[in-house]
Design a protein around this ligand. Structure first.
Ligand SMILES: [Zn+2]
Ligand SMILES: [Zn+2]
Ligand SMILES: [Zn+2]
Length: 485
């Protein structure tokens, strides 16, 4: 914790500021989870220790609920799982993820009594819970969780847990928990609590980002193993004394919408520069600049409504991989909305994804190119989601046989992920090998285009472009950098 100190951030409460000058890509701090759990829906597909998603996990023979890569992951997790394992066995089944997380937090609090480590900036108890600010609906939900918790928690008549305290824990989870993604950053797989990270305040245009590092359990010598942890990484130069911030929401929403989400989930009014001055709102709702004539406000309103309907339709079609539903309104939208218009971007991104899925890579590449051009005009230049989108666009171009653009985009994405994820993250390492592969292919292409095309076609016949389906993902899936919504 040499790089940060706690300070009084006024209405925002406590905050963290840099105690020395930081550079883009610097790890400000790393922090293992206080507690974390795998989502209910993925409990058999994701390792409960390292949160990697993989096939053939071994399950805990006692509770038959927890799943692990191997003995190493199981042993590493036993301390965290031991009491949970017994509670699952005695209650007959595992409760929902929220209840499991609350229980793990309480067991941890009991285990840690009085132990404060050097790197600890706050205790879990001190985190804000906002229980008194909850809407009736949210409070009802919280009470249901508290009841389920009471059923699950081992009965000890000498030391019953007071209801208020359990509510406090659930309140903390609700506004402080951080969503964890799998090793490829494609899917949210669990949720955890990182107390030091909770001290970092929000800004819609932040100077830091946070990613999950899954740790290393593969070394032969367990002494060389590292734990899964989050890393707070600087996105740009941050001078000594400046407050460190991360974004809790996706920037690609109008400022009023971001403020609404933040108010509902985290109970504060965002007064960041981008919200107060509505920066980039105009771009996100902009009309296409025609030759001398702008489309009328009435027309834009019509198209905006049409694209809203179209997005709904597309969401349905996407489930079936049916692209025809998307194309119906396309020309209309294309001619009226600017390339940075939010609805157009969402439509294009979906179109690119569905087309990739259908192996129509050339069309998918064209849409992905336009999408990232829009993203680049809106996002912070080293935004993690931007990096992931450029990576997907690069892969799409590569699959479409457009090796020059493909390689260029993959290099660009690599440059961003070196800062947001660091050189050792599995996604960055994937990108590095794609970068080398496309570089080699590009050389081949430049030497003899004919030979390159023949070889490529032969390779495609042998192995249908399966990798693309794995690399494409929905926008929701890459929201690994934003907190649980
Ligand atoms: Zn594992
Ligand atoms: Zn077990
Ligand atoms: Zn804001």
């Amino acid at each position: 914790m040499d790089n940060v100190e706690v300070f009084d951030a006024g209405v925002k409460g406590r905050g963290l500021k840099a105690t020395r000058d930081l550079l883009a890509g610097d790890v400000v701090f790393a922090e293992p989870s206080f507690s974390a759990v795998v989502f209910d829906s993925l409990s058999t597909a994701v390792c409960h220790n390292c949160f990697r998603q993989q096939a053939n996990l071994h399950r805990c023979v006692q509770c038959k609920f927890a799943h692990y890569c191997d003995r190493t992951c199981q042993t590493a997790c036993w301390n965290e799982h031991k009491k949970e394992c017994a509670a699952i066995r005695s209650s007959g089944s595992a409760p929902s993820e929220n209840v499991r997380l609350a229980a793990r937090m309480l067991w941890r609090i009991q285990r840690d009594t009085g132990v404060v480590s050097d790197g600890q900036l706050t205790s879990v108890d001190e985190l804000v819970d906002h229980v008194s600010d909850l809407t009736d609906e949210d409070r009802e939900e919280l009470q249901i969780d508290v009841h389920k918790f009471m059923d699950f928690w081992p009965k000890n008549p000498r030391k019953p847990q007071p209801v208020e305290y359990i509510s406090h824990i659930f309140g903390i989870i609700k506004c402080n928990a951080f969503t964890l993604s799998d090793q490829r950053g494609l899917q949210a797989v669990g949720v955890g609590l990182f107390p030091n990270l909770c001290m970092v305040n929000h800004d819609c245009w932040p100077n830091c980002t946070v990613i999950l590092n899954h740790g290393n359990q593969s070394a032969l010598n367990p002494a060389l193993h590292s734990k899964r942890r989050i890393e707070l990484r600087a996105l740009e130069k941050v001078a000594e004394g400046v407050e460190l911030t991360v974004s809790y929401v996706d920037f690609l929403n109008l400022s009023a919408e971001r403020q609404r989400i933040l108010k509902k989930q985290y109970h504060f009014n965002c007064t960041c520069k981008h919200c107060t001055e509505h920066i980039k709102d105009d771009l996100m709702m902009a009309a296409k600049e025609g030759e001398g004539s702008k489309p009328s406000a009435e027309l834009i309103k019509q198209v905006t409504t049409a694209s809203e309907e179209c997005l709904e339709k597309v969401a349905k079609c996407r489930l079936q991989g049916d692209f025809h539903g998307v194309s119906c309104l396309w020309d209309f939208i294309e001619n009226v909305l600017a390339d940075t218009h939010l609805y157009k971007l969402r439509l294009q991104s979906t179109a690119s994804e569905v087309l990739s899925y259908m192996h129509a890579f050339a069309e998918a590449a064209a849409y992905s190119r336009k999408t990232i051009d829009g993203y680049m005009a809106l996002h912070h230049p080293t935004n993690a989601q931007l990096g992931m989108a450029i990576m997907r666009a690069g892969v799409t171009h590569w699959h479409a046989g457009q090796i020059e653009v493909g390689h260029e985009l993959i290099c660009k994405a690599y440059g961003i992920l070196l800062i947001t994820h660091g050189p050792n993250h599995p996604i960055t390492q994937d990108l590095e090998s794609m970068r080398r592969q496309t570089e080699m292919e590009l050389k081949m292409f430049k030497q003899n285009e004919e030979v390159y095309r023949t070889m490529r076609e032969a390779a495609l016949k042998k192995q249908p472009a399966k990798a693309m389906a794995e690399n494409s993902s929905t926008e929701e899936k890459i929201e690994d950098v934003s907190r649980k919504q």
